[in-house]
Ligand binder design. Structure first.
Ligand code: ADP
Ligand code: ASP
Ligand code: MG
Length: 405
């Protein structure tokens, strides 16, 4: 008999019919002889709805105690409803908030970090043959307040529970049948990747692939949790993310699109030691996560520095950049929100020259201008105009033969 943690995303439990389908699947898993621990997200788009309501009420929607109490209510509701659906199928089940499940976090509201898990009550439930249904993305802080682990945090709850309970696998159920060679909404010929290494998955997450949440993949890699991303609609086997290294690496495993960032250019920057350090330290101290950075060759002792940052941090980032620019005697700060990033990820890149050249040729043939480039051993990313993103993704997916699998 094995133990499996099964996590269901918002679309997978969006309404009563879906709740019943999930309950059927849980009953089936138990009949097969496995014990199950469930983790659920808020139903459908409820997290977005709650965030919108908060901003309509007009109070401060900044991270804080009340925001976390509000957001986690979505998951809490889903646990109780799923338990009712399970009871209806004759499966004994009990709902647990993150706090009841033993998730102790730090006090960083709306992006709390797990400090410790004490899943004693879940173990007792399992011993009594009861299925624990745990609210995802939540815990209780060392100050005894309810905390939210952040967007996509239910994936992290599931992986952390799998580790704490010594589960054989962690299954993340969603509305597609696994991790695809490109966003299936953009590329019709994208197909499921049956097996991917943690390294490649993390590069895909960092480049903007929404599934699974990056923190959960990092946690799974650190603690050796076997991750299986699969469909709660077709129930077919999905994508396994593991440490195992296939003998033959695909040169390119996937194309990732990301339109969540903006670009800031600080121009006329004096080219002397300490200037970049000053700018990026101030941004880091303001919790702004800078991504790609390009500094131009200096001419007559001045240069330009461009970098990307999340769009929601643009206003604050621009304010900081303008302040520093004035102090260091730079000539200006120019924001650009009409950019996007397209990335190729593949472990085989390490041993195959020419991938970057081919990528640039494909973009050139599409008439797509490259504004910034960054690489790692197994990834190449280009910043391109936002309007050209979809075309770039489709062309690259075709050029690297991903459609054939
Ligand atoms: P959930 O709410 O179930 O946790 P999300 O809605 O956050 O899941 O993410 C799943 C969605 O991610 C899919 O519907 C799919 O359209 C999108 N997606 C984007 N890129 C990919 C990719 N490369 N592979 C799989 N899904 C992707
Ligand atoms: N419901 C939350 C979100 O939409 C948490 C999660 O689903 O992981 O981000
Ligand atoms: Mg989600």
């Amino acid at each position: 008999m094995g133990l499996v943690v099964q996590k269901f995303g918002g679309t997978s439990v969006a309404d009563a019919e879906r709740m019943r389908a999930v309950a059927d699947h849980v009953a089936f898993t138990r009949k097969r002889g496995d014990q199950v621990v469930l983790v659920v997200s808020a139903m459908g788009k409820e997290t977005d709805d709650l965030l919108r309501l908060a901003s309509e009420v007009g109070g401060s929607t900044k991270a804080g105690r009340e925001m976390d109490m509000l957001i986690t209510a979505g998951e809490r509701k889903a646990t109780a409803l799923l338990c009712l659906a399970l009871h209806e199928k004759g499966v004994p089940a009990e709902s647990y908030t993150g706090s009841q499940a033993g998730f102790i976090t730090d006090t960083t509201h709306t992006n709390a970090k797990i400090l410790e898990i004490r899943p004693d009550r879940l173990r007792k439930a399992l011993e009594a043959d009861v299925v624990p249904v745990v609210g995802g993305a939540q815990g209780v802080s060392t100050d005894h307040d309810v905390t939210f682990l952040g967007r996509g945090g239910s994936d992290t709850t599931a992986v952390a529970l799998a580790q704490a309970l010594g589960a054989d696998a962690c299954e993340l159920y969603t509305d597609v049948s696994g991790v695809y060679t490109a966003d299936p909404r953009l590329v019709g010929s994208a197909h499921r990747i049956d097996h991917i290494t943690f390294d490649e998955m993390l590069e895909m997450c960092a480049s903007g692939c929404p599934k699974p949440a990056m923190r959960s993949v990092e946690f799974a890699r650190t603690h050796g949790v076997r991750l299986h991303v699969r469909s709660a609609f077709t129930w077919e086997p999905g994508t396994w993310i593991t440490e195992e290294d296939p003998m033959e690496h695909a040169i390119v495993s996937g194309v990732v699109d990301d339109d969540s960032e903006a670009k800031l250019t600080v121009s006329g920057v004096p080219d002397r030691p300490g200037i970049a350090a000053r700018l990026f330290r101030t941004l880091a101290d303001a919790d702004i996560n800078v991504d790609m950075i390009v500094q131009n060759v200096s001419e007559a002792g001045v240069t330009d520095i461009s970098f990307t940052l999340p769009r929601e941090d643009l206003t604050e980032g621009q304010r900081i950049a303008e302040e520093i620019a004035a102090e260091i005697g730079a000539t200006g700060v120019v924001p650009d929100t009409h950019i996007a990033r397209v990335s190729l990820v593949g472990a085989g890149m390490k041993s195959n020259p020419g991938v970057a050249a081919t990528m640039f040729e494909v973009l050139a043939a599409e008439g797509v201008n490259i504004e910034m480039i960054s690489t790692s051993a197994i990834r190449i990313s280009c910043v391109v105009p936002e309007d050209d993103l979809d075309r770039a993704v489709v062309a690259l997916h075709g050029a690297f033969d991903l459609a054939t699998g």
